[in-house]
Design a protein around this ligand. Structure first.
Ligand code: SF4
Ligand code: SF4
Length: 178
């Protein structure tokens, strides 16, 4: 992959597509487009990647799926790395110090599963009931999965609490600008 050392030079990555090795032009741009949609579904990410792939390359219609599958496999690796980085820090603050993630009230939960399906960040795992196994992958201030729960079993801290937490953490880490 071409880095910032050679600006303007088209970046090309060679991928195995079917039985052939093919150079994919604009690989970095294609990945970047996909990463802009981290919070969206896999389907949306695949559509965005395919669109950009076709902007940068001639993709014969008969093998479009093969091209997309090969690029998608690369994207999933890059996406996993990115999610790992997001898990570590949030605006310079260790993510583990920000206690923002869903809590499931198992008294209300009927184990129906939409929360698990809704979250594309892998915050939940599901084994007969939902478990919040990767809490620090939760996007700070997102409450998306709450709306997917018909039982009202999912809760988050209030936005006011979040604001106060962020303020004191910014202070702690010398990140306050005012
Ligand atoms: S959507 Fe709500 S009720 Fe259904 S499994 Fe998730 S938390 Fe439980
Ligand atoms: S709020 Fe829910 S949907 Fe949004 S990132 Fe966190 S766990 Fe996932």
């Amino acid at each position: 992959m071409c880095g910032p050392c050679c600006p303007g030079k088209p970046n090309t990555k060679r991928l195995k597509i079917g039985s052939q090795e093919v150079g994919i032009a604009g690989f970095d741009e294609i990945m970047a487009k996909g990463l802009e949609h981290l919070e969206d579904t896999d389907k949306i990410q695949r559509d965005v990647i395919l669109k950009e792939l076709k902007v940068q390359n001639y993709v014969p219609e008969s093998v479009e799926k093969d091209y997309l599958d090969a690029v998608w496999a690369e994207f999933k690796q890059i996406r996993a790395k990115k999610l790992g980085q997001l898990e570590e820090k949030y605006h310079g603050i260790p993510r583990e110090e920000i206690h923002w993630f869903p809590k499931v009230d198992y008294e209300l939960c009927t184990n129906c599963g939409p929360c698990f399906k809704f979250c594309k960040r892998g915050v939940y795992t599901f084994d007969e009931k939902p478990y919040v196994t990767n809490p620090y992958r939760c996007v700070v201030s997102c409450t998306g999965c709450k709306g997917s729960c018909q039982e009202g079993a999912i809760s988050f801290p209030s936005l006011l609490e979040l604001r106060d937490t962020m303020k004191s953490l910014r202070k702690k880490y010398g990140l306050l600008t005012e």
